[in-house]
Every structure is written in structure tokens, then in C-alpha cells.
Design a protein around this ligand. Sequence first.
Ligand code: GLU
Length: 469
Amino acid sequence: MFAATSRPVRTRFAPSPTGYLHIGGARTALYSWAYARHHGGTFILRIEDTDIERSTPEAVRAIFEGMHWLGLEHDEGPFFQMQRMERYKAVIADMLDQGTAYHCYASPAELDAMREAQRARGEKPRYDGRWRPEAGKQLPSPPAGVAPVVRFKNPAAGLVAWDDLVKGRIAIDNAELDDLVIARNDGTPTYNFCVCVDDWDMRISHVIRGDDHVNNTPRQINILRALGAEIPHYAHLSMILGDDGQKLSKRHGAVSVTQYDEDGYLPEAVVNYLARLGWSHGDDEIFSRRQFVEWFDLDHITPSAAQFNTDKLRWLNAHYLKQSDDAALAARMAAQLARRGVDAESGAALGALCGLYKDRVATLNELADAIEAFFVDVPIAPALRDEHLGEAARAALGVLRAKLADCAWERAALSAAIKATCKESGLKMPQVAIPLRVALLGQPQSPSIDAVLEAMDRSRVLARLDRVL
Ligand code: GLU
């Protein structure tokens, strides 16, 4: 029943380097990568840098960095369209020879006048084919001194259709399509044309991209046909909306992949999140990259727009943080604290602190905030001081300080010292533990207080108690 195609799976991610790698692009890259990996195929990175006004080397770097951070390594490329100009020009020359493209000498003013007249007649403005060669048609003679553009000779009739792997069948009447300019009058090829030559040369089997390109697809299919290329399968991904249902933009906070890195998200959390943003495998929410590759297909992509949900990303990130190895987190924390100018060499063992806090935070930055208080004296807010450090509490902390001055520095002994303090002061556990937290960390909540004490060295604990006594 199913005609097995022998065509090897080859996908590509083809960003235009005009800004950072945003979340939508990252999802496209992830799906293209995963589809290739799932099928043991090839994933190609292609930089579509022909818009020389808007393309920048910084954006190219940001794309590489983002891809690397997400772990989306390519097998071929990166190819740069600007380095392939000669190839595009050679294909255009062949098309002119074969009659699938033609020179058009209509000037911009002439085209404006043509469209104006069409509008005046109540017609849809379009190129009227005045330079299009047809059998038996007499073309005007080329005006002297005018450099022509090259137009693609789009089929005049019939439908151009494809079975979009996300959106289903899409069919467009060729009569709706103008003869596209494929080379400007200075000879430079235009965007849609370069994409076709690349997809052809790179033997792309599946084009997975944003649905802002749906309108380009019929034109590209026609050009690919004219080139004698095998037509790839197309999968157009719906856009990503912000939490509020509006198109995702900077307004919604971090939209660049590297910004998520800076904000303390783990790449495995972002990959897991993006995997689910528009694709599903039953009710599975948490899965590894390997599992994702094993499961990924194009049949379970939702055709409707996906909605970004920061809370869910935070939830996943919290999950992956909790799963992280303490030593690995400690290394990241040391680097992060160093960037904040905090010397994490001294005092508390970072690994133990990461272990204490990793299931209480959602991001690496929150983890660093929590841990920083072990190294840098945090001020105690006056309201907390008034609420928790009254006379009775301070008296109890004084009792405790004496015990901590020479007790063994391990949890059991520290816990015993706190209990004995409660007993001697006639106070309940929270009446001592909460003031102690405020004195040590400037806040009334923390992980188990004996563990906090153990993680902070004795001299620092005593010094911090002294500042409130
Ligand atoms: N360069 C295009 C973009 O960044 C993608 C083109 C394609 O995937 O065909 O939107």
C-alpha cells in the first residue's frame, strides 16, 4: 500500500541572520534536527544571508551559539547563500537557455502604470506577461540601455498543490501567481529562487519551516519543477503565540534562545519545552532528548497555533534542575557567582548548597540568588527584624550562639544544639528556627535549618548572629 520512498531524509534549518535565534526559529530547528535524527538522516544548516542590509555577522554568531547551546549539531554546512551566488547565476543562465525564464525589460514606472490601470479597471494588480515569450507571440524589441530583470515563466494554468504534512492539502491556482522576478537587473538572484536552488542542490527531502512561508511554497514548487528537481515534502509549523494569545514578541520577555541561557534555564528544559510546543506524544510532558528523537514524527504536530507558557517552562526547568548532579550544578554556580563578583572559593561547599536548594528554585539564577546569601552578608529588612528578632528571640539566639561556638559542625550536633536552646528558652522550634534564618540569611524560609548551618561555616554563622545580638 505505502510506496516506500528510497529517498534519504535530509532536512535543513535555514535562518536569515537578521537578529537573534528566537524561540520560533529554535523550535523549527529542533523539529528539523529531530526528524533527521529519527530517520538516521542528515541535518543541514544554511544561512540565508542574501538580505545584505539586514544580515549581520553578530546574528550569524547568535544563531551558531543558540544551536550549539540547544545541542542541535548539524551534519552539513553551514552553507552561506552569499557564497553560492555563482551557482544561482549559472542556474538562471540555464533557465534562460531552456526557456523556463525570460528577460523582462519593463521599468518600475511602467510596472506602476500597469498596476494602476489594472486597479482602475477593478482587476487584481499583477504582471501582465508583456515580456513573456509564448509560441507565436511577437515580443517588443528590447529597449536600448535597459538592463532586464529575469522572470520565472510560471505555468499559466492548472493548480499547484502539495500535501502539507502539518496543514493537509493546499492547492493554489497558477493563475493567481505572477511570473516571479528571479534575478534583479543587476543580476542578483532573489530570495525564493535561492531557496529553490539550495533545496535542490542539497537534496532536501523534507522542508520543515514556519507557516509564514506557506505563500512561497507554490512558487517554489513551480520553480523546482522547472528545474527538474524532486519536490520535497513540506511541513509548515504554526506560529507561536505569547501567554496572552498575541504573536510572540519581545514584549513577552525573553524570546531569544541565548536570553534563556542568561536567565538560568537549562538547555534540556528548553528543548523539552519546545518539543511539546506544537507536538505531542500522548500525555507525555517530560522526556529526554533521546526519547524525543525516538518518538518524533510529523503526524503529531498540531496545525493550530501553539501558546507559549512561561510557567510550564519554569516547571520543566525546575524538574531538570532537581535532577541535576550537585557537582555539575556547583561548577555552574561557581562560574555564575564569579560573574557576580562573589568569591565562592571560601566558606560553604557549593555542591552541598546546590543539593539543599535545587528543589526549591526554578532557574539557575534563582539558585545563585539563594546560594549567594551564604557568601555575601545580606541586609535584614527592618520589617523582618521587627517581626522576628524581638527580645525573646535574640535572647534565644544568644543561648544558641554559645552552644554553636564549640559544638561539632555536623547536622546531628547542630540540631541538638537548637533543640537544647528551645528547651532552655521555653520556646517552640519555629520560635528559634525562624529568627535564626532571618539572622543568617535575611529571610524567614530556608531548607532544613540544621542543614543550612552545616553548609555555612562556623565563623560566618557566629559573625551573622553577632550582628543581630
Ligand atoms: N530564511 C527563512 C527564514 O528565516 C527560512 C526559509 C525556509 O525555511 O525556507 O524565515
